[in-house]
Design a protein around this ligand. Sequence first.
Ligand code: PEP
Ligand code: MN
Length: 351
Amino acid sequence: MILVIKNDKKNQMDKLIKWIAGQGLDIHMSEGANTTVVGLIGDTSKIDIDLISSLEIVESVKRISEPYKKANRKFHPNDTVVSVAADRDSPQTGNAAAKKPVQIGGKAFTFIAGPCSVESRDQIVGIALAVKKSGASILRGGAFKPRTSPYAFQGLGEEGVKLLIEAKKESGLPIVTEIMNAGQLPLFQDVDIIQIGARNMQNFDLLKEVGRSKKPILLKRGLANTVEEWLMSAEYIMSKGNENVVLCERGIRTFEPLTRNTLDLSAIPLIKELTHLPVIADPSHASGLSRLVLPLSMAAAAAGSDGLMIEVHNDPTNALCDGAQSIRPEQFDEVARKVGAVLAAIGRERG
Ligand code: PEP
Ligand code: MN
């Protein structure tokens, strides 16, 4: 249920909040430029809508039928902008020059790029510097890899996280990497965005655990999950207090075997309607084919995505993971340029 508050009666807010708490409900406040919206969370079935409507402070009341509340745009009409690495000027990162946090959502369009897996210091630092030059503002790299085969390269693990942090120091780029279980959280202290991969989108214990952290979470869509299930997973994270969630459309399983997955482009404008959370696209995992990364990137930007996450490798042929879908740094440069032209055409800034 949401209540729109009368601007000139805001002084009665404390009384209202107390009354709502007395009904055993939680509150989600959203203060916009012109309206204040109070969302009621919990079992609102016994609330008398006529009684609430009659309160002097209340302009209007609406029941929300969707099961996601905090993630719902009706609860929070303005776009959420997630700030990444606001601590980049701390001595920890050793980079006093990079002061401004990177933003995802709102007006900005953000490029995240890097290899599927961290393989060596030279590899990750080299790629970080190259993609930064082309306009990436966040570095990706997997350390703990969810592989279909137990015999495939599983990632460098803790060593991979350390190398990513070195690449962050060298390049000044904040970093995003995937977590596989809550026990790994202590290793993520200097990681700027925690990725929840497609296979863990409904690992509810993990979602609750990262919901207790303050770090931005990149929540990938599950291989065979509906948009509503995806938003319910975001709700799990938000329900524990962490509202810094970025969604990532990375393709879903369909009957089409010629691509690894099918990029669900329609999910992007749909998500913008249903939620205030930012959404980015991952054309690499969506297609599995490096030659499709450029057209899908342009299409996702045109469809309104808030950014892209792209796999970039210095030597895709010899990559330890996902070489076939990885583009080289010079190809990433072309993608960034051409997506830039799309952004200019739709009146969107590059973040
Ligand atoms: C990845 O980003 O490298 C990854 C494993 O992605 P997904 O969870 O989308 O398969
Ligand atoms: Mn990958």
